[in-house]
Design a protein around this ligand. Sequence first.
Ligand code: HEC
Length: 255
Amino acid sequence: MKNNYSFYSILTAIPVALLVLVGFTGGQTGNFSGSPGDNNQNCTACHAPGANHGGSAALSGVPATYNANQAYNLNLAITGSSVSKFGFNITAEDDSGNKIGTWTTGTGSQLRSGGSGLTHTAAGSSQNNWSFNWTAPASDVGAVTFYYAALQANGASGNSGDQVITGSSNAVLTTIDSKLSDFTLYPTQVMDKVSIALENASAAQIQVYNMQGNLVLESKIQDQNELDVTHLSSGIYITRVMVEDAVSVAKFVKY
Ligand code: HEC
């Protein structure tokens, strides 16, 4: 009796395991980048965390600012890992977790469910880096952040012994221009105060971001205003001037 029992369990277990394998080795259905818009879900929803295969993941090619409809070539790489099976999931979102832009696949990648990001293909799980394009939206949607989850799998046809790494990019601001929010900012090399003169509006909201994408200064201005930037550390800053829904961007260097 004991033997029969094991025999039948194996008979049913094999097709189930095969179905699961066929369904999943080429990227998972569903969205698991770890982003707020993916409900912070990442690969650990199925691949048990805990293993350490030593690799680290890096996303390169992310621009500091995005232009309307421009395509950017990005690369997600896993380096230094002791295993040879990999996978990933990537998406781009605004501050409210809305999906932004469109994706174009490269070697070893495919659109993930709903097209709001990319994941690896079955063949792409033998690569440890993937190149692909992200195309910026046509209008300003505020800061955009890229979120990714990458897997280093031990190839043991089970969901344990794998390692998940998640990460995100700096918040990327737009250079998309709009008449309403045109302004002059001077000087562009500054020690204490920058002046901002609005051209087509009488009031605006100002936000200053550092190159890490952090908001460092926020203020409301009328026609012409001075912003005190004495307290900022030296470096490059991006000023966003917002009038109603229109946004313009200018850089200055604090020294
Ligand atoms: C809904 C469950 C589920 C989620 C979520 C999930 N996977 Fe998987 N994945 C599986 C299953 C099941 C397999 C097949 C068993 C195996 O090979 O480990 C698999 C296999 C893989 C493989 C092939 C491994 C090998 O050994 O051939 C890769 C690579 C992979 N997943 C990457 C990912 C990545 C990257 C994520 C997150 C972005 C992810 N998976 C999220 C269920 C999932």
